[in-house]
Design a protein around this ligand. Structure first.
Ligand SMILES: NC(=O)c1ccc[n+]([C@@H]2O[C@H](COP(=O)([O-])OP(=O)(O)OC[C@H]3O[C@@H](n4cnc5c(N)ncnc54)[C@H](OP(=O)(O)O)[C@@H]3O)[C@@H](O)[C@H]2O)c1
Length: 219
């Protein structure tokens, strides 16, 4: 299927090659394609390795999206809403797989925002009322997202969203990437739970000295 990844950061750099290797067509969205190709050496390297990747502005990338495919939100958490709101009309009818975290990694004193009584996943769904937002993969380091076995064969990946068909489409992609324990937590409100797991992820990573970890719900 056609997959548009909004964002050129680490998540894009890991997911794009994995999605290409699964046979998907991938278009990457950025604020300014020319600036990204000249000023983002990590992305330039990715593009050199994968000439089949297309880079476009956020708007053009969304315009190229297919309603039977997926749009991945991999934009910096604090910038997500401002970046996505102007794309709302173009994203109508699309499944948006949201991997964002409501956390500002550039600030040492950062807190989760929103938290407890709201989540970034819900805020994105409100900002994109015509889209089907599915929160997932946000409980992991980018390297683990398309390859659970980097950590272990059977840890848990969570999905949250209001639309069952959208969750099935995302679930199919997760299965293709090797996820076996896909736990549908329920509606978009449940994104609060997985977004708040970031604090545990940060502390567990520090305690273990590695980002390569995952969560397992034992039952
Ligand atoms: N990295 C991880 O291991 C990881 C794990 C779990 C969840 N996440 C979440 O996944 C998302 C992507 O993470 P990442 O590490 O790949 O990248 P990131 O550094 O968090 O974000 C990079 C992307 O955000 C865009 N961006 C930054 N500021 C912007 C602004 N003011 N307006 C519009 N766009 C802006 C950049 O646009 P340009 O392309 O134009 O520069 C770039 O495409 C984040 O929400 C992050 O919290 C990341």
């Amino acid at each position: 299927m056609k997959i548009v990844i909004l964002g050129t950061g680490e998540v894009c750099r890991v997911l794009a090659p994995a999605l290409l290797s699964l046979g998907h067509e991938v278009v990457v969205g950025t604020r300014d394609p020319r600036k990204t190709m000249t000023g983002n050496p990590h992305y330039r390297l990715l593009a050199a390795r994968h000439p089949e990747l297309r880079l476009a502005s956020f708007t053009n990338a969304v315009e190229s999206a297919d309603r039977s495919g997926l749009v991945v939100n991999a934009i910096s958490g604090p910038a997500c809403l401002d970046a996505l709101v102007p794309l709302a009309a173009g994203l109508t009818g699309h499944v948006v797989m949201d991997v964002s975290s409501p956390y500002d990694w550039s600030r040492p004193d950062a807190v989760l925002d929103p938290v407890n009584t709201d989540s970034l996943g819900e805020a994105i769904q409100r900002a994109l009322p015509g889209s089907f937002v599915v929160k997932t993969l946000n409980t992991l380091a980018a390297q683990v997202m398309p390859d659970p076995e980097v950590v272990a064969p059977d840890h848990t990946i969570f999905v949250s969203g209001d639309d069952e068909e959208a969750k099935l489409r995302v679930g199919d992609l997760l299965s293709a990437m090797g996820w076996r324990d896909v736990l549908d937590l329920g509606g978009s409100r449940t994104a609060r739970a997985t977004e708040m797991m970031l604090r545990m992820w940060i502390d567990a990573s520090a305690a273990l000295g590695t980002h390569l970890l995952g969560f397992k719900i034992v039952r």
